[in-house]
Design a protein around this ligand. Structure first.
Ligand SMILES: [Mn+2]
Length: 327
């Protein structure tokens, strides 16, 4: 049975008209980011947006509008943890505290990633396509880029990840907060001189192997996973109940050269994916991810067109309804 919750990510620091539109199409659950830019009238922003009080204020703002904050998708500073640098234990302690705060506030999922140093990357955010402006990545564009200033071996990244999980997962268990690892984006194994480790099915098997807790799980970002497998529905069945969170989007191209595209016009068979979520009784959270920017849309963040996200939410609802047993 498909008992998942459709949530939408809110990237604004205060209510806007899109939030009202989401409620009107029955989206009540939302995914948030750390309220790092939520400044007051003195332009004072929080130094530690993972602290209890900033998170409380953020959650209350959302619930005052009528939303239930079900997940946070954002990395606090993690460079020292990922690179294994001096001071990493202080940063791990901060994350432990953040997880405790999530627990106190009923935020039951944290989506994080292990993209050390650089984070997710696009080489263009304003490519014209028949569906509106889209973001894309082309590895040829970054051939002349300087290597990242820190060097690290792949094996060290794995060691540091295990060290991190062994410290944080017990805190997550105690506070009933699940961890959902987002894949490397783009899902390639080296980026500007830094190895990356979360970009294959094997690497996700290994993630689940190095810490076997039920709180150690996956963000299945379709746009990335579809670039590392030719059979995404099979991968969904393979990971089953360790998928806690789904990013519903699609791309065209390959992992070295791709653009995002309108839902239903990419390389992924979305109906078969939804059937696979049905097969595994997916009961986590699903949200729309990057979409093309539609003409006249007034969202100013590439990939987060208000109108097209509404379209994608409708698409998900339609696919889900098509699988209801009484139809
Ligand atoms: Mn994603």
């Amino acid at each position: 049975m498909l008992d998942f919750s459709i949530a939408e990510i809110l990237i604004e620091d205060r209510p806007n008209k899109y939030w009202e539109m989401l409620k009107q199409i029955n989206v009540k659950n939302v995914v948030g980011v750390l309220p790092r830019g939520n400044s007051d009238w003195r332009m004072h922003a929080e130094d530690e947006p993972w602290g209890y009080l900033p998170l409380l204020k953020y959650k209350n703002m959302l619930s005052n509008v009528g939303f239930n904050l079900v997940a946070i998708e954002d990395n606090p500073p993690m460079d020292r943890i990922q690179f294994g640098l001096k001071g990493r234990d202080d940063d791990i302690d901060k994350i432990a505290k953040m997880i405790e705060n999530f627990g106190k506030l009923g935020i039951k999922l944290w989506c994080y990633n292990w993209m050390a140093g650089i984070g997710w990357l696009r080489t263009s955010s304003h490519i014209n396509s028949e569906f509106g402006r889209v973001s894309g990545f082309n590895i040829d564009n970054i051939k002349k880029a300087d290597n990242y200033h820190i060097k690290i071996e792949r094996s060290e990244l794995w060691k540091n990840l295990k060290y991190f999980l062994d410290h944080i997962i017990p805190v997550a268990e105690e506070n009933d907060v699940k961890l959902a690892m987002h894949p490397d984006d783009p899902p390639i194994s080296d980026l500007i001189g830094i190895p990356r480790i979360m970009n294959s099915i094997d690497s996700y098997d290994k993630l689940l192997e190095i810490n076997k807790s039920n709180y150690n799980g996956i963000t299945l970002c379709q746009g990335n996973f579809t670039l590392i497998t030719d059979d995404l529905p099979d991968v969904i069945r393979h990971f089953g109940d360790r998928i806690f969170f789904v990013h519903f989007r699609d791309v065209i191209g390959n992992k070295y050269n791709f653009t995002e595209t309108l839902i239903g016009h990419g390389k992924t068979d979305l109906y078969k994916c939804m059937k696979a979520y049905n097969d595994i009784d997916f009961n986590g959270i699903m949200r729309v991810d990057h979409v093309p920017t539609l003409y006249s849309d007034d969202a100013n963040v590439p990939g987060y067109s208000y109108l097209n996200r509404l379209y994608a939410i409708g698409y998900i609802n339609g696919l889900r309804d098509s699988l209801k047993s009484d139809i």
